[in-house]
Design a protein around this ligand. Structure first.
Ligand code: HEC
Length: 272
């Protein structure tokens, strides 16, 4: 609760009690007072639509109260009739008649006059990956796993070359159109893309990612992204539909080899 606002409303009510205000003033005071409390009395703001709903209920309650007996009806209508018929109030009445439509018009003007701004869609470029994904019915552990063919670089260099060459083939058959022939994200399709593809040649791009992270992004594509990365907003296809698991790993080997980078090492200690 916003205590000063509540206290201010309470102070006005006490003052009215002291002044022995008539029922019409009380009805108005309750209406305005509750509006002020709904609108400014809470530290977490209440949505405008909910405030209007509450004020609708408040209006009905006040109307029901003031019309609930003959005496109250007269207490309300008496001052209103005097206000409208008494010569003393003619100027004030005229001002009121002008003020009501003027206020409505001002309100419409203010609401229509909001500057047009495109909606902002913040997008996380590298959202956290799931810990595990299923590709071609096989579970892949993204935290503990790594490219199964990576070790061949040391143990069987010839085998390793075959995998890299296979990755090269996959890349130039599938990825080059967007990611470009130098992997600098200048493929022929990029003019139509927003966001544009990742520039793999950039030294700070895939070297800060794990190879299992790339495996996730390549196999699940844009549709597989979590909410904060705006899934479906990117054109990156889900390659598990077209490539085998091995082809994806091979392409990852090729991405790192071509750009002369290394995947980020697995973190042995998970403390942060
Ligand atoms: C139709 C265009 C298109 C094609 C074809 C395409 N990509 Fe992408 N790719 C994108 C776009 C756009 C992004 C950036 C947006 C995003 O992260 O989803 C991206 C992102 C990526 C990422 C994520 C990088 C990061 O920084 O998180 C990887 C990895 C990737 N692509 C690999 C590939 C591979 C491998 C192929 C081929 C098998 C391929 N892409 C084919 C459009 C494409």
């Amino acid at each position: 609760m916003n205590i000063p606002v509540v206290l201010a409303v309470a102070a006005v009510f006490t003052f009215l009690r002291f002044r022995r205000a008539n029922l019409l003033v009380w009805a108005g005071a309750w209406w305005v007072g509750l509006y002020v409390i709904f609108r400014f009395g809470f530290s977490a703001p209440i949505p405008a639509s909910v405030v209007s709903l509450y004020m609708g209920i408040v209006s009905i309650a006040i109307l029901a109260y003031v019309s609930s007996s003959e005496q109250r009806r007269e207490e309300i209508s008496g001052p209103l009739i005097r206000f409208m018929t008494d010569k003393r109030y003619t100027a004030l009445l005229g001002a009121t008649v002008v003020a009501i439509p003027a206020l409505a018009a001002a309100n419409v003007y203010v609401q229509m006059n909001v500057p047009l701004e495109p909606p902002l869609f913040p997008r996380t470029v590298h959202p956290a990956s799931p810990t595990e994904i299923t590709v071609h019915d096989k579970k892949i552990d993204l935290d503990a796993g790594e490219n199964p063919f990576l070790e061949l670089a040391v143990s069987h260099p010839e085998e390793f070359r075959k995998h890299v060459e296979n990755g090269r083939r996959v890349y130039y058959q599938n990825c080059v159109f967007c990611h470009g022939d130098n992997m600098t994200a200048n493929g022929m399709f990029v003019h139509g893309l927003d966001p544009i593809p990742t520039n793999f040649a950039d030294q700070g791009a895939i070297s800060i990612l794990r190879d299992t992270y790339l495996f996730w992004r390549i196999s699940k594509g844009g549709p597989g992204l979590p909410e904060e990365a705006a899934p479906w907003d990117t054109a990156m296809p889900a390659w598990e539909k077209f490539l085998t698991e091995e082809e994806i790993w091979d392409t990852i080997l090729f991405l790192y080899e071509f750009t002369g980078q290394k995947p980020r090492a697995r973190e042995e200690v998970h403390t942060q």
